[in-house]
Design a protein around this ligand. Structure first.
Ligand SMILES: CC(=O)N[C@H]1[C@@H](OP(=O)(O)OP(=O)(O)OC[C@H]2O[C@@H](n3ccc(=O)[nH]c3=O)[C@H](O)[C@@H]2O)O[C@H](CO)[C@@H](O)[C@@H]1O
Ligand SMILES: C=C(OP(=O)(O)O)C(=O)O
Length: 419
């Protein structure tokens, strides 16, 4: 199994391009199921989760082409299956996003329940509740969500008890082909939800309010293939900004969008980083300084993203002072802490907070991660640790970071993939 070997000590210095967002590309690729004809999606990141999504679309009977620039064309005219099997769903929770589109367009879907994962139990009850409110008949049997709506879905008013990103996306997609008006209240406001809504609008959907907590959808009879470009990955962007900050270095990130990263940029400035931005680029310069510890509390967008929590924990580990990281979205998202402690970090977990007392030096170790962002945070820790850090189980990283070692090498990090 591949590992990443990182030799700590280099200050990052360089310029890289940011890829399309994983969390936008996945729902958008699933949304092609709603459209008659062929949909063309560009700026799709080259990630294991995208490969899994294409495999799933293939199993359902879609024909697909992919060029070397990762523009994906999906033709849905040959769909013949309505089942997302456990073997795929267990490797990627976002597979649940086929539920809304299949049910809305074909009146049936059988999707394996994703189950829990390293960061929490992650139920899908709100997805199911939303589809039921639209008239679907749903049973959960043998580990599968079996949903039927032979007469089609009906528009409904749906209140989300908890803000859920993929829950909002699934219900939004289902509502585009429902009869009548649907209103999603307490909807997720994440930029990836807005990107999905923009793609659906390009297909002919009637949607207003995406990006606010009330989304209104007027159902239409049919949607048609369109062209759409996936928005830049704000979490990849944030991860490389922290990589530069933690090493006292500087980076320029291009093909990104600073406007959707405000909470992260403000915290990096609080840590002492100089940040300059343009319409599609961000520069961070730490001027060789050690970061100052910051307090962070995760929250739904526009709050501080849970997907950046582990990376900021890594920064606090070597920062000046004490920073408290509070996780409010997932109940078990501190798996990186015990690995960081093995590298010399001084962290105490109290309830859903990690109290990080900054130390001036950490040491390399062989570490293992259990989820995507935890793995990324261990790579960041490796960039400043004394010696050679080995990060194991990097299939988690390959789910969500395109060519992480090549991008870090371009910024003068000493990192390589070893078998
Ligand atoms: C593919 C994708 O976009 N993944 C992102 C998405 O995950 P995902 O959409 O799975 O996360 P949610 O926004 O749904 O989860 C938020 C909270 O709601 C709870 N919940 C969710 C659904 C439900 O039916 N019932 C329920 O109780 C979850 O357990 C969690 O505590 O948003 C998360 C929160 O920003 C991010 O960390 C993930 O990177
Ligand atoms: C938790 C994440 O993704 P997923 O929802 O795909 O597990 C993530 O991107 O950090």
């Amino acid at each position: 199994m591949d590992k990443l070997q990182i030799t700590g000590g280099s200050k990052l210095d360089g310029c890289i391009r940011i890829s399309g967002a994983k969390n936008a590309a996945l729902p958008i690729l699933m949304s092609t199921l709603l459209a008659e004809g062929t949909t063309s999606i560009s700026n799709v990141p080259h990630l294991n989760d995208v490969t899994t999504t294409l495999e799933l679309l293939g199993i359902l009977g879609n024909s697909m082409t992919l060029d070397e620039k990762m523009t994906v064309q999906v033709d849905t005219s040959t769909i013949h299956s309505f089942e997302a099997p456990y073997e795929l769903v267990k490797t990627m929770r976002a597979s649940i996003l086929v539920l809304g589109p299949l049910l809305a367009r074909f009146g049936r879907a059988d999707v394996s329940l994703p189950g829990g994962c390293a960061i929490g139990s992650r139920p899908v009850d709100l997805h199911i509740k939303g589809m039921r409110a639209m008239g679907a008949d749903i049973d959960v049997v043998d580990g599968y969500v079996r949903a039927r709506a032979p007469e089609g879905l009906k528009g409904a008013r749906i209140f989300m008890d908890t803000v859920s990103v993929t829950g909002t996306e699934n219900i939004l997609m289902a509502a585009t082909l429902a009869k009548g008006t649907s209103i999603i209240e307490n909807a997720a406001r994440e930029p990836e939800v807005v990107d999905l809504a923009n793609c659906l609008i390009a297909m002919g959907a009637k949607i207003s309010g995406a990006g606010t907590d009330i989304i209104t959808i007027e159902g239409v009879d049919k949607l048609y293939g369109c062209q759409h470009q996936v928005l830049p990955d704000r979490i990849e962007t944030g991860t490389y900004l922290v990589a530069a900050a933690i090493t006292g270095g500087k980076v320029r990130l291009k093909d990104t969008n600073p406007e959707i990263l405000e909470a992260v940029i403000l915290k990096l400035q609080e840590a002492g980083a100089e940040i300059n931005t343009g319409p599609d680029w961000i520069e961070l310069n730490m001027h060789g300084k050690r970061p100052k510890a910051v307090n962070v509390t995760t929250a739904p967008y526009p709050g501080f993203p849970t997907d950046m929590q582990a990376q900021f924990t890594a920064m606090n580990v070597i920062a000046e002072g004490t920073g408290i990281i509070t996780e409010t979205i997932f109940e078990n998202r501190f798996m990186h802490v015990s690995e960081m402690k093995r590298m010399g970090a001084d962290i105490t977990i109290q309830g859903n907070s990690a109290i990080c007392r900054g130390v001036s030096e950490i040491r390399a170790a062989q570490v293992m991660a259990t989820d995507l962002r935890a793995s990324a945070s261990l790579v960041l820790a490796g960039l400043v640790a004394k010696g050679d850090t080995l990060v194991d189980r990097i299939y988690h990283i390959d789910r969500g970071y395109e060519c992480i070692e090549e991008k870090l090498q371009l910024m003068k990090a000493s990192i390589k993939r070893i078998a």
